[in-house]
Ligand binder design. Structure first.
Ligand SMILES: *Cc1c(COP(=O)(O)O)cnc(C)c1O
Length: 362
C-alpha cells in the first residue's frame, strides 16, 4: 500500500482519511502563508481565528446544526463530559441513564457523584448485546435529562430509534459514530463526541449544546473551565484550546463536504459494514456478538467461541497487515472498528483474510 501503511482497525485513536493526512503534511512547515506550523502559532492570531471559525462553520453546514445550538471545542476528551454534563445540566440533581455498555456505565457512575442517577433501562443481563426497549421508559418527574451512549464502541451496539424522551432533554455520547450518518440535531439537547474515534487527533471533545441549557447559575464550586458557559461565552477560546486537533478536525469536515456530506458518508459506511456482517452471518467459524437489529455500523465485535482460536486469528490477521483487531477484554474475541476513514477495500481485504483462516485453520 502507499507509504507502506497497514489497514488499521483501531477503536481509537483511529484511522484518518489519507487525503487529509497529506494536506496536513503539506502545510506542516508553513500553514496558510503564516511561515509557521499550526502548532507554533498563537491561538489569538488571525490565521488561527480563521481556522477555528471555518471549522465551526463547516461542521454546522455538515450536520445542519440549528442556530440556537452552540458548538464547543473542549479538552479532556469524552471522559471529562461524564462529569461536566451532570455538573452543568443537573438543576434538580437527578437524571435518567440508559445502560447499554462500558461507556454509558462509566458515564452513569461518574454522574452519581453529582446527583441521583436512575438507570431507566439496561441491557446488562445479556452482556450488553442489545439495546433495551426505550419506547416507554420510567422517567422520574424531576429528571433533568436522559442520557444515552448512541454507539457503544466496546460492545458494538447502536440505537435504531432514539428513546422516547417524554419531553425531557436527551443527551447523547456520539463519540464512535459522530459524522458517520446524517443527524437531526434538534432531537437532542446535547450531543458530544471525543474526536479521536471518527474525526481527528485525540485530546478534544466537540459538544453541540442547545443554548438554553447553558446555565450561568451552576454550583459556585464548579471550576471555571468545567462550565459550558465559559466556553460558550468565549467561542471555545477561554484558554489555549487544542489548536492542533481543531485544525485537523476542520480538514476532516472539509473532506466530508467534498465527498458529498453525511448522506454519502452513511451510504459508504452501510456498504462497508454489510461486507463484514454478511461474511459473519455466512461463516461457520465466526459470529457477531450483537443482536442483528442493534449492530453498530462502526464497531464490529465477533468471536469464534474459543479463546485460543480467537488469539490465533488475531495473530494471523496481524501477520497479514491488519492491525488492532483484538477485542476488548470485556467482550473477548475480535473487534473491527470500521470508522469513516476505513475504505471498503480494507474491509474486503479483512474478510478475504478471515475466509482464508477459516478455510485453512478453522
Ligand atoms: C472512547 C470513548 C469515550 C472516552 O473517550 P476519551 O476521549 O478517551 O475520554 C467515551 N465514550 C465513547 C462512546 C467512546 O468510544
Amino acid at each position: 500500500m502507499k507509504y507502506d501503511r497497514i489497514y488499521n482497525f483501531s477503536a481509537g485513536p483511529a484511522i484518518m482519511p489519507e487525503p487529509v493526512l497529506e494536506e496536513i503534511r503539506d502545510e506542516l512547515m508553513n500553514c496558510r502563508g503564516s511561515g509557521m506550523s499550526v502548532m507554533e502559532m498563537s491561538h489569538r492570531s488571525k490565521v488561527f481565528e480563521e481556522i477555528i471559525k471555518e471549522a465551526e462553520a463547516d461542521l454546522r453546514a455538515l450536520m445542519g446544526i440549528p442556530e440556537n445550538y452552540k458548538v464547543l471545542f473542549i479538552q479532556g476528551g469524552a471522559t471529562l463530559q461524564f462529569a461536566m454534563i451532570p455538573m452543568n445540566l443537573m438543576k434538580n440533581g437527578a437524571a435518567a441513564y440508559i445502560e447499554t455498555g462500558a461507556w454509558s456505565k462509566k458515564a452513569l457512575q461518574e454522574a452519581g457523584k453529582y446527583g441521583r442517577v436512575d438507570v431507566a433501562a439496561s441491557s446488562k443481563d445479556r452482556n450488553y448485546s442489545y439495546i433495551p426497549d426505550c419506547s416507554d421508559l420510567p422517567i422520574a418527574e424531576d429528571a433533568d435529562y436522559i442520557y444515552i451512549c448512541q454507539n457503544e464502541t466496546i460492545h458494538g451496539t447502536t440505537y435504531r430509534t432514539l428513546p422516547n424522551a417524554k419531553g425531557k432533554v436527551l443527551v447523547s455520547d456520539q463519540s464512535s459514530m459522530f459524522l458517520s450518518q446524517p443527524c437531526h440535531v434538534s432531537e437532542f439537547g446535547m450531543i458530544y463526541a471525543g474526536v479521536q474515534k471518527n474525526v481527528g487527533p485525540a485530546g478534544m471533545v466537540i459538544a453541540i449544546i442547545r443554548g438554553d441549557l447553558i446555565r450561568e447559575d451552576v454550583d459556585e464550586k464548579v471550576p471555571t473551565y468545567l462550565r459550558y458557559a465559559t466556553h460558550a461565552g468565549s467561542d471555545s477560546l477561554y484558554n489555549t484550546p487544542n489548536c492542533w486537533s481543531i485544525y485537523c478536525c476542520g480538514k476532516v469536515f472539509k473532506y466530508l463536504q467534498r465527498i458529498g456530506g453525511l448522506t454519502e458518508m452513511c451510504r459508504r459506511n452501510e456498504e462497508k459494514a454489510k461486507v463484514l456482517y454478511d461474511f459473519l452471518d455466512s461463516s461457520k467459524l465466526f459470529k457477531g456478538t450483537v443482536e442483528k437489529e442493534f449492530r453498530s455500523m462502526m464497531n464490529v465485535p465477533f468471536v469464534t467461541g474459543d479463546k485460543d482460536l480467537d488469539a490465533k486469528v488475531v495473530a494471523y490477521t496481524k501477520a497479514a497487515g491488519f492491525e488492532n483487531l483484538k477485542g476488548h477484554r470485556s467482550v473477548g474475541g475480535l473487534r473491527a472498528s470500521i470508522f469513516n476513514a476505513m475504505p471498503k477495500e480494507g474491509v474486503e481485504a479483512l474478510v478475504d483474510c478471515l475466509k482464508e483462516f477459516e478455510r485453512t485453520q478453522g
